[in-house]
Design a protein around this ligand. Structure first.
Ligand SMILES: [Fe+2]
Length: 344
Protein backbone atom coordinates (compact mmCIF):
# COMPACT_ATOMS: atom_id res chain seq x y z
CA UNK A 1 0.00 0.00 0.00
CA UNK A 2 1.51 3.24 -1.14
CA UNK A 3 0.38 6.61 -2.46
CA UNK A 4 0.78 6.95 -6.22
CA UNK A 5 0.37 10.69 -6.47
CA UNK A 6 3.89 11.37 -5.25
CA UNK A 7 7.37 11.92 -6.61
CA UNK A 8 9.55 8.91 -5.92
CA UNK A 9 13.29 8.69 -6.44
CA UNK A 10 13.78 6.32 -9.37
CA UNK A 11 17.56 6.33 -9.25
CA UNK A 12 20.71 8.36 -8.77
CA UNK A 13 21.35 10.68 -11.71
CA UNK A 14 24.43 8.64 -12.70
CA UNK A 15 22.46 5.37 -12.85
CA UNK A 16 20.35 6.48 -15.81
CA UNK A 17 22.36 6.81 -19.01
CA UNK A 18 21.99 6.42 -22.81
CA UNK A 19 20.80 2.85 -22.41
CA UNK A 20 17.76 1.09 -21.04
CA UNK A 21 17.47 0.85 -17.26
CA UNK A 22 14.71 -1.29 -15.73
CA UNK A 23 13.35 -0.63 -12.27
CA UNK A 24 10.09 -1.65 -10.62
CA UNK A 25 8.37 1.11 -8.66
CA UNK A 26 5.04 0.79 -6.84
CA UNK A 27 4.53 -2.67 -8.37
CA UNK A 28 4.91 -1.26 -11.89
CA UNK A 29 7.77 -2.25 -14.19
CA UNK A 30 9.37 0.81 -15.73
CA UNK A 31 12.17 1.41 -18.20
CA UNK A 32 14.21 4.61 -17.95
CA UNK A 33 16.66 6.14 -20.42
CA UNK A 34 18.21 9.43 -21.43
CA UNK A 35 17.14 11.00 -24.69
CA UNK A 36 19.75 12.49 -27.00
CA UNK A 37 19.12 15.84 -25.28
CA UNK A 38 20.07 14.29 -21.94
CA UNK A 39 16.53 14.50 -20.59
CA UNK A 40 15.24 11.37 -18.86
CA UNK A 41 12.21 9.43 -20.16
CA UNK A 42 10.25 6.71 -18.39
CA UNK A 43 7.95 4.17 -20.04
CA UNK A 44 6.04 1.11 -18.90
CA UNK A 45 8.44 -1.78 -19.35
CA UNK A 46 6.26 -4.06 -21.50
CA UNK A 47 5.68 -3.86 -25.24
CA UNK A 48 2.12 -3.01 -26.29
CA UNK A 49 2.13 -6.05 -28.57
CA UNK A 50 3.38 -9.18 -26.80
CA UNK A 51 4.53 -7.72 -23.48
CA UNK A 52 8.22 -8.44 -23.76
CA UNK A 53 9.99 -5.99 -21.40
CA UNK A 54 11.14 -3.06 -23.52
CA UNK A 55 14.27 -2.90 -21.37
CA UNK A 56 15.46 -6.01 -23.26
CA UNK A 57 15.44 -3.95 -26.46
CA UNK A 58 17.58 -1.04 -27.58
CA UNK A 59 17.47 2.67 -28.32
CA UNK A 60 17.12 4.09 -31.82
CA UNK A 61 17.54 7.83 -31.36
CA UNK A 62 14.96 8.73 -28.72
CA UNK A 63 12.79 5.68 -29.43
CA UNK A 64 12.83 2.34 -27.64
CA UNK A 65 12.80 -0.65 -29.99
CA UNK A 66 11.29 -3.90 -28.75
CA UNK A 67 13.64 -6.85 -29.10
CA UNK A 68 10.85 -9.25 -30.06
CA UNK A 69 9.18 -7.78 -33.16
CA UNK A 70 10.84 -4.41 -33.64
CA UNK A 71 7.97 -2.15 -32.59
CA UNK A 72 9.38 1.25 -31.65
CA UNK A 73 7.98 3.64 -29.04
CA UNK A 74 8.77 7.33 -28.66
CA UNK A 75 9.49 8.94 -25.29
CA UNK A 76 5.83 9.94 -24.99
CA UNK A 77 4.88 6.26 -25.29
CA UNK A 78 3.37 6.41 -28.79
CA UNK A 79 4.29 3.66 -31.22
CA UNK A 80 6.45 5.08 -34.01
CA UNK A 81 7.10 1.93 -36.06
CA UNK A 82 5.46 -1.44 -36.68
CA UNK A 83 6.97 -4.27 -38.68
CA UNK A 84 5.49 -4.95 -42.12
CA UNK A 85 2.73 -2.35 -41.97
CA UNK A 86 2.74 1.30 -42.97
CA UNK A 87 -0.26 2.32 -40.95
CA UNK A 88 0.33 2.41 -37.22
CA UNK A 89 -2.59 1.54 -35.02
CA UNK A 90 -3.30 4.83 -33.17
CA UNK A 91 -4.01 2.91 -29.98
CA UNK A 92 -0.55 1.40 -30.01
CA UNK A 93 1.24 2.98 -27.06
CA UNK A 94 2.76 2.27 -23.71
CA UNK A 95 2.29 4.43 -20.65
CA UNK A 96 4.81 7.20 -20.19
CA UNK A 97 5.52 8.68 -16.77
CA UNK A 98 6.39 12.24 -15.72
CA UNK A 99 10.05 12.45 -14.67
CA UNK A 100 12.26 15.19 -13.27
CA UNK A 101 15.88 15.44 -12.28
CA UNK A 102 16.78 17.21 -9.06
CA UNK A 103 19.18 16.95 -6.11
CA UNK A 104 21.26 14.16 -7.69
CA UNK A 105 18.17 12.00 -8.23
CA UNK A 106 15.81 11.18 -11.08
CA UNK A 107 12.24 11.37 -9.76
CA UNK A 108 9.16 9.72 -11.23
CA UNK A 109 5.47 10.46 -10.67
CA UNK A 110 3.47 7.23 -10.49
CA UNK A 111 -0.06 8.65 -10.27
CA UNK A 112 -2.29 11.04 -12.22
CA UNK A 113 0.09 12.92 -14.57
CA UNK A 114 -2.05 16.05 -14.35
CA UNK A 115 -1.10 16.34 -10.68
CA UNK A 116 2.67 16.01 -11.22
CA UNK A 117 3.74 19.37 -9.80
CA UNK A 118 7.54 19.78 -9.81
CA UNK A 119 7.28 21.98 -6.73
CA UNK A 120 6.34 18.88 -4.78
CA UNK A 121 9.66 17.11 -5.39
CA UNK A 122 11.18 16.46 -1.94
CA UNK A 123 13.89 19.03 -1.31
CA UNK A 124 16.67 16.93 0.13
CA UNK A 125 19.07 19.85 0.18
CA UNK A 126 17.06 22.45 2.03
CA UNK A 127 17.77 20.93 5.44
CA UNK A 128 21.48 21.48 4.95
CA UNK A 129 21.17 25.24 4.73
CA UNK A 130 22.93 25.84 1.44
CA UNK A 131 26.53 25.35 0.35
CA UNK A 132 29.30 24.08 2.56
CA UNK A 133 28.24 20.46 2.73
CA UNK A 134 29.64 17.36 1.13
CA UNK A 135 29.04 13.62 1.25
CA UNK A 136 28.10 10.48 -0.57
CA UNK A 137 25.55 7.71 -0.41
CA UNK A 138 24.28 4.42 -1.75
CA UNK A 139 21.15 2.47 -2.65
CA UNK A 140 19.86 -0.47 -0.66
CA UNK A 141 17.39 -2.86 -2.22
CA UNK A 142 15.50 -3.81 0.92
CA UNK A 143 13.28 -6.87 0.93
CA UNK A 144 10.71 -5.13 3.11
CA UNK A 145 7.68 -2.84 3.02
CA UNK A 146 8.98 0.73 2.71
CA UNK A 147 7.11 1.69 5.88
CA UNK A 148 9.33 -0.56 7.96
CA UNK A 149 12.26 1.61 6.84
CA UNK A 150 10.29 4.75 7.74
CA UNK A 151 9.63 3.28 11.21
CA UNK A 152 13.34 2.54 11.60
CA UNK A 153 14.40 6.08 10.77
CA UNK A 154 11.68 7.76 12.84
CA UNK A 155 12.72 5.90 15.99
CA UNK A 156 16.45 6.11 16.61
CA UNK A 157 16.07 4.44 20.00
CA UNK A 158 17.06 1.33 18.09
CA UNK A 159 20.61 2.68 17.77
CA UNK A 160 21.25 1.60 21.35
CA UNK A 161 20.50 -2.03 20.57
CA UNK A 162 21.17 -2.45 16.84
CA UNK A 163 24.17 -0.13 16.51
CA UNK A 164 25.76 -0.36 19.97
CA UNK A 165 29.33 -0.50 18.61
CA UNK A 166 29.10 2.66 16.51
CA UNK A 167 26.37 5.26 16.97
CA UNK A 168 24.30 3.80 19.78
CA UNK A 169 24.66 4.05 23.53
CA UNK A 170 22.42 4.15 26.57
CA UNK A 171 21.72 7.87 26.35
CA UNK A 172 19.92 7.50 22.99
CA UNK A 173 17.35 5.15 24.48
CA UNK A 174 16.97 7.07 27.72
CA UNK A 175 16.88 10.71 26.58
CA UNK A 176 13.45 12.29 26.11
CA UNK A 177 12.31 13.59 22.72
CA UNK A 178 9.52 15.73 21.40
CA UNK A 179 7.41 15.39 18.28
CA UNK A 180 5.86 18.22 16.28
CA UNK A 181 3.63 17.39 13.37
CA UNK A 182 1.05 18.83 11.03
CA UNK A 183 -0.54 17.74 7.76
CA UNK A 184 2.69 18.10 5.81
CA UNK A 185 5.54 16.94 8.05
CA UNK A 186 6.71 15.35 11.26
CA UNK A 187 9.70 16.59 13.23
CA UNK A 188 11.18 14.62 16.12
CA UNK A 189 13.85 16.29 18.24
CA UNK A 190 16.07 14.56 20.75
CA UNK A 191 18.90 16.17 22.71
CA UNK A 192 21.30 14.05 24.73
CA UNK A 193 23.04 16.43 27.08
CA UNK A 194 26.40 15.96 28.75
CA UNK A 195 26.79 12.38 27.58
CA UNK A 196 29.76 10.26 26.50
CA UNK A 197 29.83 10.12 22.68
CA UNK A 198 29.49 6.70 21.03
CA UNK A 199 32.58 5.56 19.04
CA UNK A 200 31.39 6.97 15.69
CA UNK A 201 30.92 10.49 17.04
CA UNK A 202 34.03 10.39 19.24
CA UNK A 203 35.94 9.69 16.01
CA UNK A 204 34.28 12.52 14.08
CA UNK A 205 34.81 15.08 16.81
CA UNK A 206 38.42 14.00 17.34
CA UNK A 207 38.53 14.74 21.05
CA UNK A 208 37.61 13.11 24.35
CA UNK A 209 35.07 14.31 26.86
CA UNK A 210 31.33 14.48 27.17
CA UNK A 211 29.19 16.00 24.45
CA UNK A 212 25.81 17.47 23.81
CA UNK A 213 24.37 15.32 21.03
CA UNK A 214 21.39 15.99 18.80
CA UNK A 215 19.11 14.06 16.47
CA UNK A 216 16.46 16.11 14.67
CA UNK A 217 14.38 13.98 12.30
CA UNK A 218 12.36 15.66 9.55
CA UNK A 219 9.79 13.48 7.78
CA UNK A 220 8.05 14.56 4.59
CA UNK A 221 5.35 12.18 3.33
CA UNK A 222 5.27 9.72 1.82
CA UNK A 223 8.84 8.65 2.53
CA UNK A 224 11.59 11.25 2.61
CA UNK A 225 13.46 11.70 5.87
CA UNK A 226 16.32 14.12 6.60
CA UNK A 227 18.05 13.62 9.94
CA UNK A 228 20.17 16.41 11.38
CA UNK A 229 22.75 14.74 13.64
CA UNK A 230 25.87 15.79 15.49
CA UNK A 231 27.77 16.37 18.68
CA UNK A 232 29.55 19.30 20.31
CA UNK A 233 31.64 19.40 23.49
CA UNK A 234 29.29 19.79 26.43
CA UNK A 235 28.31 23.34 27.27
CA UNK A 236 29.72 24.98 24.11
CA UNK A 237 26.35 26.34 23.04
CA UNK A 238 25.02 23.75 20.59
CA UNK A 239 21.70 23.48 22.41
CA UNK A 240 21.12 27.22 22.09
CA UNK A 241 22.13 27.21 18.41
CA UNK A 242 25.92 27.62 18.31
CA UNK A 243 27.25 24.41 16.78
CA UNK A 244 30.58 25.93 15.82
CA UNK A 245 32.57 23.78 18.27
CA UNK A 246 30.93 20.56 17.09
CA UNK A 247 30.52 18.34 14.06
CA UNK A 248 27.26 18.23 12.12
CA UNK A 249 26.02 15.58 9.71
CA UNK A 250 22.84 15.09 7.73
CA UNK A 251 21.45 11.66 6.95
CA UNK A 252 19.32 12.10 3.83
CA UNK A 253 16.94 9.25 3.06
CA UNK A 254 14.25 8.72 0.47
CA UNK A 255 12.56 5.38 0.13
CA UNK A 256 10.74 4.22 -2.97
CA UNK A 257 8.35 1.28 -2.81
CA UNK A 258 9.34 -1.43 -5.28
CA UNK A 259 6.62 -3.96 -4.48
CA UNK A 260 4.35 -4.47 -1.49
CA UNK A 261 7.23 -6.15 0.29
CA UNK A 262 10.37 -4.52 -1.09
CA UNK A 263 11.76 -1.03 -1.60
CA UNK A 264 14.64 0.97 -3.01
CA UNK A 265 16.21 2.84 -0.14
CA UNK A 266 18.38 5.77 -1.29
CA UNK A 267 20.54 7.43 1.36
CA UNK A 268 23.43 9.84 1.68
CA UNK A 269 25.46 11.06 4.62
CA UNK A 270 26.59 14.66 4.25
CA UNK A 271 28.69 16.79 6.60
CA UNK A 272 29.75 20.41 6.98
CA UNK A 273 33.29 19.82 8.29
CA UNK A 274 36.57 18.64 6.75
CA UNK A 275 35.03 19.39 3.39
CA UNK A 276 38.14 18.83 1.27
CA UNK A 277 38.83 15.29 2.49
CA UNK A 278 37.69 12.76 -0.09
CA UNK A 279 39.08 10.11 2.23
CA UNK A 280 36.71 11.25 5.00
CA UNK A 281 33.79 11.16 2.52
CA UNK A 282 34.59 7.57 1.55
CA UNK A 283 35.17 6.47 5.15
CA UNK A 284 31.88 7.99 6.24
CA UNK A 285 29.96 6.45 3.36
CA UNK A 286 31.41 3.02 4.09
CA UNK A 287 30.96 3.45 7.84
CA UNK A 288 27.30 4.42 7.51
CA UNK A 289 26.82 1.65 4.95
CA UNK A 290 28.04 -0.88 7.51
CA UNK A 291 25.70 0.58 10.13
CA UNK A 292 22.78 0.30 7.71
CA UNK A 293 23.66 -3.34 7.03
CA UNK A 294 22.66 -3.97 10.64
CA UNK A 295 19.30 -2.32 9.92
CA UNK A 296 18.78 -4.47 6.83
CA UNK A 297 19.04 -7.63 8.96
CA UNK A 298 16.42 -6.33 11.40
CA UNK A 299 13.98 -4.88 8.86
CA UNK A 300 14.07 -7.84 6.46
CA UNK A 301 13.54 -10.19 9.42
CA UNK A 302 10.45 -8.17 10.41
CA UNK A 303 9.13 -8.50 6.85
CA UNK A 304 9.51 -12.28 7.00
CA UNK A 305 7.24 -12.34 10.05
CA UNK A 306 4.60 -10.37 8.15
CA UNK A 307 5.05 -12.64 5.11
CA UNK A 308 4.30 -15.70 7.22
CA UNK A 309 1.57 -13.99 9.27
CA UNK A 310 -0.13 -11.21 7.27
CA UNK A 311 -2.45 -10.53 10.21
CA UNK A 312 0.44 -9.72 12.54
CA UNK A 313 -0.14 -6.35 14.20
CA UNK A 314 2.24 -3.82 15.68
CA UNK A 315 1.90 -2.54 19.21
CA UNK A 316 2.95 1.07 19.79
CA UNK A 317 4.89 2.47 22.75
CA UNK A 318 6.12 5.98 23.59
CA UNK A 319 9.20 5.54 21.42
CA UNK A 320 6.99 5.03 18.35
CA UNK A 321 5.44 8.51 18.38
CA UNK A 322 7.41 9.70 15.34
CA UNK A 323 6.67 6.58 13.32
CA UNK A 324 2.99 6.66 14.27
CA UNK A 325 2.66 10.26 13.03
CA UNK A 326 4.57 9.45 9.83
CA UNK A 327 2.42 6.41 9.08
CA UNK A 328 -0.68 8.49 9.74
CA UNK A 329 0.35 10.97 7.02
CA UNK A 330 1.10 8.14 4.58
CA UNK A 331 -2.26 6.50 5.34
CA UNK A 332 -4.02 9.82 4.79
CA UNK A 333 -2.46 10.18 1.32
CA UNK A 334 -3.57 6.65 0.41
CA UNK A 335 -7.07 7.24 1.78
CA UNK A 336 -7.46 10.51 -0.15
CA UNK A 337 -6.42 8.82 -3.39
CA UNK A 338 -8.84 5.96 -2.79
CA UNK A 339 -11.67 8.41 -2.15
CA UNK A 340 -10.95 10.27 -5.40
CA UNK A 341 -10.78 6.98 -7.32
CA UNK A 342 -14.07 5.78 -5.79
CA UNK A 343 -15.75 9.03 -6.80
CA UNK A 344 -14.61 8.75 -10.43
FE1 LIG B 1 19.56 2.02 12.25
Amino acid sequence: MFPRNAWYAAGWDHEIKRDLFARTICNQRLVFYRKQSGEVAALADACWHRKLPLSLGHLDGDDVVCQYHGLAFAADGKCSRMPSQDKINPRACVRSYPVAERHRFVWVWMGDPDLADHNKIPDLLKRMGGDGWTGDGETINMKADYRLVVDNLMDLTHETYVHGGSIGNESVAESPFKVDSDDTQVTLTRWMEDTPPPPFWRGQLGKDGNVDRWQIIHFEPPCTIAIDVGVAPTGTGAISGDRSQGVNGMVLNTITPETDSSCHYFWAFTRNYDLDSVNRTTQLRDGVSNIFKQDIVVIEAQQKVFDSDPDAKFVNMNIDAGAVHARRLIAKMIKNENMVEAAE
